[in-house]
Design a protein around this ligand. Structure first.
Ligand code: F6P
Length: 323
């Protein structure tokens, strides 16, 4: 292993820069040359690379987004695109690539490995959705969840002042990790997550029960699930059921930006280091992660084929805490 590339792909996640920084510093300390591939798989196909030295990553640990930029490449989902990428990897003389991203990134990497005998590929989980199998937490989740909690706190002030019902929609793609943890931390009265059947009657009943024991306002955290904007429908139906003044707030991309939290900087640093170590140990076709307190390397296919479950204990406690 002499020369490695690093790319970020899919939705950006706070902490990606901490990961890039750690990977570059670890690689340089081990006499590996490092290049950054710009704009994820789009840049990989084009062979768009820039040398990454100490100067390039200096003063970046606190920055959100990704200094390498990112993309959701449609071309990479074609074999033609992936073969172009494999040829570019050859031209760039890369022995290994660190792919920082989520499920879609690792799906793409699995397809690339099946299509071409190319550089060693090691993934690092970074997604505010936290829906990647093979790691307890993905880089970016903690910052996004904290952003959602801050929003919930702010909305609670106005909800309480006006005796209103608020529906706050959080991101998370088809998973409820963001909704579950921000809902618990924000003291939400009700939760709508894709992992559980949504019933307008159930939501209405629970909110009504809260009102009978003296609550005058309520917050429902809704995971965007398969249909971003779903909270408008639910709000209308529950509002009609209860005949109560309601409002909807969709947090959207706000949750993806901003400086990474301590946890995301530490996790990014740890996994950036682990990815370089994995490449130097001759690993390929796997994703580094942290499970319990252990550093792990999960086969890339498993990271997107297996479903990571929500924390069953958090699911169990929610109904008791929200009354
Ligand atoms: O995967 C991260 C994520 O922010 C999801 O939570 C969200 O559904 C999606 O990306 C939004 O994608 P885009 O930035 O392409 O609109």
């Amino acid at each position: 292993m002499k020369r490695i590339g690093i790319l970020t792909s899919g939705g950006d996640a706070p902490g990606m820069n901490a990961c890039i920084r750690a990977a570059v510093r670890t690689a340089l300390a081990n006499d590996l040359a490092v290049v950054g591939i710009r704009r994820g798989y789009t840049g990989l196909i084009a062979g768009d690379a820039t040398p990454l030295d100490r100067k390039a990553i200096r003063n970046t640990i606190h920055l959100g987004g990704t200094i390498l930029e990112t993309s959701r490449s449609r071309d990479f989902y074609t074999q033609e695109g992936r073969l172009k990428a494999a040829a570019a990897i050859d031209r760039m003389g890369l022995d290994g690539i660190i792919l920082i991203g989520g499920e879609g990134t690792f799906h793409g990497a699995s397809l690339l490995a099946a299509d071409a005998d190319t550089a060693a590929l090691v993934g690092v989980p970074a997604s505010i959705d936290n829906d990647v199998y093979g790691t307890d937490y993905c880089i970016g989740f903690d910052t996004a969840a904290n952003c959602a909690v801050e929003a919930i706190d702010r909305i609670r002030d106005t909800a309480r002042s006006h005796d209103r019902l608020f529906f706050i929609e959080v991101m998370g793609r088809t998973a409820g990790f963001l909704a579950l943890e921000s809902g618990i931390a924000g003291g939400a009265e009700e939760l709508v997550i894709p992992e559980e059947e949504v019933s307008v009657d159930r939501i209405s009943e629970r909110i009504k029960k809260g009102f009978t024991i003296g609550k005058k306002s309520a917050i429902v955290v809704v995971a965007e699930g398969k249909r971003p904007g779903i909270s408008f429908e639910i709000a209308r139906e529950v509002g009609e059921n209860l005949n109560f003044d309601s409002r909807v707030v969709v947090l959207g991309h706000l949750q993806r930006g901003g400086p990474p939290t301590l946890r995301d900087r530490v996790l990014g640093s740890l996994l950036g280091f682990a990815a370089v170590e994995a490449l130097m140990d001759g690993r390929s076709g796997c994703m580094v992660g942290e499970v319990g307190r252990d550093l792990t390397c999960t086969p890339l296919e498993e990271t997107w084929q297996k479903k990571k479950p929500l924390d069953k204990n958090l699911l169990r406690i929610f109904p008791f805490l929200s009354e």
